[in-house]
Design a protein around this ligand. Structure first.
Ligand SMILES: *Cc1c(COP(=O)(O)O)cnc(C)c1O
Length: 384
């Protein structure tokens, strides 16, 4: 194995989630599967082929490096790939040559794309990102007219595939006004652009939260990340969904489980400290199990004396500080004999017990997104 822990991905959960999202989307809306951050920790190589199997033909990533990984993972398949963030001017020739689409949100990239496209004799497939109020990337209003003129004059070398923007936090009702204003502005742009010949382009701005919370914002394409992995972006989005659609059941299923094995067990006398320093003191004789996972493996140190794990179908507390490569668990109250080699579940189910990713966020201040993407790339991922 040569790994101290392992990740399992449930194929039936992928199928369930993709079907749910497809059914939820308006007619003709393209589902782009966002797989940045190593497919939210699920593994680009592992996740993309299953998503493809269940009908995904459009993938979005942040960077050219991630795009290359998706290309390798889906060797010889037909699909569309879109880079929403960083691509160096040097990487542009690869993207243009291979037909990978990319966002354009500033002049330098636009100029580079045009000149490389001319050199290669191949059109660059671009998505024009507009600033609507997030104040991140996107052409500001004042540059729009000149940018559009430039694009129009170079359509021999530019294939405009999309016009897009991004909401500044549709998963949180506190941002309601800002989101509504962004949506309004984007719609204004849309009707203005109606006259341009490149309006054939897809209009897109919704991610998971907006897709659920503001279905009208789905437009031609949605960029779905977290939902496909079995999580609502926030508890609030989930409550909105269950209320609006009168559903008491969570339609999504988590895909990922994270497991390891007990490395050693030990009985500690009463009146001793366990691990580094003095953060855990045994009031009674305590049986501990050592687990070979620590913060270097993505198990946050803020879960010291807070985390929970499952062993033999029961829930136990992490005690003391989470170390770089291991942690200790108090198994004194176990009804079974816990021994070296027993399965330890860090995320997932065992028997009738479950440790959800969101239960971590309650303890560690990590949102689902961050916890998942911290899972190291080199942990083995298998499909179950
Ligand atoms: C990450 C990302 C998404 C997907 O967000 P989710 O909340 O995971 O659905 C969509 N669009 C852009 C531009 C992103 O960076």
């Amino acid at each position: 194995m040569f790994q101290t822990s392992y990740i399992e991905l449930s194929e039936s959960a992928v199928k369930n989630n993709i079907e749910f999202i497809h059914n939820f989307l308006g007619k003709g809306v393209t589902f782009s599967s966002v797989v940045k951050g190593n497919a939210y920790g699920h593994g680009i190589e592992n996740y993309c082929p299953i998503a493809y199997k269940y009908g995904i033909r459009h993938f979005s990533v942040f960077s050219a490096g991630e795009a290359l990984k998706v290309t390798n993972a889906l060797d010889n398949q037909k699909f569309t790939l879109m880079i929403m963030g960083q691509i160096d001017n040097e990487e542009l020739s690869w993207a243009i040559e291979t037909g990978v689409e990319f966002y354009v949100f500033e002049q330098d990239r636009l100029n580079a794309a045009i000149s490389i496209a001319k050199r290669l004799g191949k059109k660059a497939r671009i998505h024009v990102e507009l600033e609507t109020g997030m104040n991140r990337t996107g052409f500001p209003k004042k540059d729009l007219a000149t940018t559009l003129k430039k694009i129009e004059s170079e359509t021999a070398y530019l294939d405009v595939k999309g016009v897009c923007s991004h909401f500044a936090g549709a998963e949180n009702i506190a941002n309601y006004k800002r989101i509504k204003d962004q949506f309004k502005l984007f719609k204004q742009y849309k009707s203005k652009l109606n006259t341009a010949p490149w309006l054939q382009a897809k209009k897109h701005l919704a991610s998971s939260a907006a897709t659920i919370r503001y279905p009208k914002s789905q437009m031609d394409l949605v960029r779905i990340g977290i939902l496909q992995f079995g999580f609502f972006p926030t508890q609030e989005t989930f409550v909105h969904y269950t209320t609006k659609y009168n559903s008491s059941k969570n339609p999504l299923q988590p895909i990922l489980s994270w497991k390891t094995k007990v490395m050693d067990t030990k009985t500690v006398k009463a009146g001793e400290f366990v691990g580094y320093g003095t953060s855990y003191f045994t009031n009674n004789v305590t049986k501990i199990a050592l687990v070979p996972v620590g913060y270097s493996h993505g198990y946050s140190r803020s879960l010291s004396n807070q985390g929970k794990v499952l062993i033999n179908g029961a829930r136990f507390d992490v005690i003391g500080t989470v170390n770089m490569s291991m942690l200790a668990v108090d198994v004194t109250l176990s009804e079974s004999t816990i021994k070296k080699g027993d399965e330890v579940v860090l995320i997932g189910t065992q028997g009738d017990q479950e440790l959800s990713v969101s239960s971590f966020s309650d303890f560690s201040q990590l949102i689902n997104y961050e916890l998942l993407t911290r899972l190291p790339q080199d942990i083995s991922r298998t499909i179950t």
